[in-house]
Structure formats: C-alpha cells, structure tokens
Design a protein around this ligand. Structure first.
Ligand code: 5GP
Ligand code: ZN
Length: 112
C-alpha cells in the first residue's frame, strides 16, 4: 500500500522514534508546531479515526495516554494539546489515522 505512515512504521522512511509497542508507533513531527510535537499511529492502517472500531480506538488511546505522560514528563510540560484531524475537510493531510501530541508552554499562544 502506498501510505507514507505505513512506510514510517515499516522503517522504509526514517523517523525520530519516541515510543513503540505492538499496536502503535510514535515519532516526532517533521514540521513541529512546538518542540516535542509527537505523532502517534496505530500500526494497522485505517484512513480515518471514524473508520476504526471501538476496540482499536480504545487501544490507540491507551497508548496515547501513556505516550502523553512520557512526553510531558520528559519535557517537563504543564500541558499539551492532544487531537486528531479526522478527514481532509478537517485538515487531515496524511490518510492514516494519527494523533497529535503538541506541547504547550507559557506564552506560546501570544500573537496568534
Ligand atoms: P495532519 O495534518 O494529517 O493531521 O498531520 C500530518 C502531520 O504529519 C503533519 O503535522 C506533518 O508535518 C507530518 N508529516 C508529514 N509527512 C511527514 C514525514 O515524512 N515525517 C514526519 N516525521 N512527519 C510528517
Ligand atoms: Zn497507512
């Protein structure tokens, strides 16, 4: 399948790995919104979050919960945005479900 994120999971395209288990692969976003911007993928290919069944979605979010704590502890964050762009119209540019973990820091929203 010609999917960029499946190729990242398979190691065919290099990425900076943050975390991996049997279900998910997490890596740093190539165009980070903030230092430590992390993308979490299910290893199984689904185009959109709403294509996933409840069980797969729950498994994904159990790992997201774990990874968000690791990112928060490692970078000593007080908070982060955790979210999904679900569908092209919602801003999804890569057609493989992924969750963004975007570190937030004091003052980073100023001027927006
Ligand atoms: P979306 O807009 O689909 O929710 O997010 C896709 C994200 O993937 C974007 O933030 C983009 O910077 C990131 N991205 C796209 N291609 C690559 C890549 O080849 N490597 C990495 N590390 N991130 C990528
Ligand atoms: Zn894929």
């Amino acid at each position: 399948m010609d999917c960029l994120f499946c190729k990242i999971v398979a190691g065919e395209i290099p990425s900076h790995k943050v975390y991996e288990d049997e279900n998910v692969y997490a890596f740093l976003d190539i165009y980070p919104c903030a230092e430590g911007h992390t993308i979490v993928l299910p290893k199984k290919h689904f185009e959109k979050f709403t294509d996933m069944g409840e069980e797969d979605a729950a498994t994904l979010f159990a790992s997201v919960n774990k990874i968000a704590k690791i990112v928060g502890d490692t970078l000593e964050l007080e908070g982060m945005n955790i979210g999904i762009n679900n569908g092209e119209i919602a801003g999804q540019t890569v057609a493989h479900v992924h969750v963004h973990i975007i570190p937030r820091r004091a003052g980073d929203g100023e001027g927006n």
